[in-house]
Design a protein around this ligand. Structure first.
Ligand SMILES: NC(=O)c1ccc[n+]([C@@H]2O[C@H](COP(=O)([O-])OP(=O)(O)OC[C@H]3O[C@@H](n4cnc5c(N)ncnc54)[C@H](OP(=O)(O)O)[C@@H]3O)[C@@H](O)[C@H]2O)c1
Length: 131
C-alpha cells in the first residue's frame, strides 16, 4: 500500500472550495502565500491523485516535478492507488473524493487559514475518522 496522505487548507469555518478554486485564491497575505508554497514544496517528487475539477486548477509548472493523475468515480480507491505501491501519494479533490479516499489516508496535514468568506465546498471532520 502506498503512503497515502492529504494536505489541505481550510477557512475558519471549514471553507474548502469556491467556483472550482480555493476560496481565498489571490489573497497575497503571508499565511496564504506560505500555504501554497508549502504545498508545492511538500508534494515535490510525489504522486498527486486528483478529482477532475481539482486537476484542472493545477498550474502548469506543477507538472514538471510531481506525478499528477486524475481519478474518476468508476475506479475504486484501491485500483487508483495500485500503480503507486512504493510512493507517497497525496489525495486532492472536493468532498466526494475525500469521502471515498479518507479511510485510506493516514497522514492529514490541515492548515487553518484566516479566511471567513463564502464557499461552495466544505471540509467535513468525519473524514478524519472514516473507517
Ligand atoms: N482547500 C483545499 O485544500 C482543497 C483541496 C483540493 C480541492 N479543493 C477545492 O475543491 C473544489 C473541487 O472539488 P469538486 O468536488 O468540485 O471537484 P473534484 O473533487 O476535483 O472532482 C469531483 C469529481 O471527482 C470524481 N471522482 C473521482 N473519484 C471519485 C470517487 N471515488 N468518488 C466520487 N467521485 C470521484 C467525480 O467525477 P466522475 O464521476 O466524473 O469521475 C466527481 O464528480 C475546488 O474548489 C478546489 O479548489 C480545495
Amino acid at each position: 500500500m502506498p503512503d497515502v496522505r492529504a494536505m489541505i487548507a481550510i477557512g475558519l469555518r471549514g471553507q474548502f472550495g469556491l467556483g472550482g478554486k480555493l476560496p481565498w485564491e489571490g489573497d497575497k497575505r503571508p499565511e496564504f502565500r506560505e500555504d501554497v508554497a508549502r504545498f508545492f514544496e511538500m508534494t515535490r517528487g510525489h504522486v498527486l491523485l486528483m478529482g477532475p475539477k481539482t486537476y484542472a486548477s493545477v498550474p502548469s509548472f506543477a507538472f514538471t516535478d510531481r506525478t499528477i493523475v486524475t481519478i474518476r468515480s468508476q475506479q475504486t480507491p484501491e485500483e487508483a492507488l495500485a500503480p503507486f505501491q512504493d510512493r507517497v501519494v497525496y489525495i486532492g479533490g472536493g468532498p466526494s473524493v475525500y469521502a471515498a479516499y479518507a479511510r485510506l489516508i493516514r497522514h492529514w496535514d490541515i492548515n487553518r487559514l484566516p479566511y471567513d468568506g463564502e464557499a461552495d465546498r466544505w471540509f467535513d471532520p468525519a473524514w478524519l475518522v472514516a473507517g
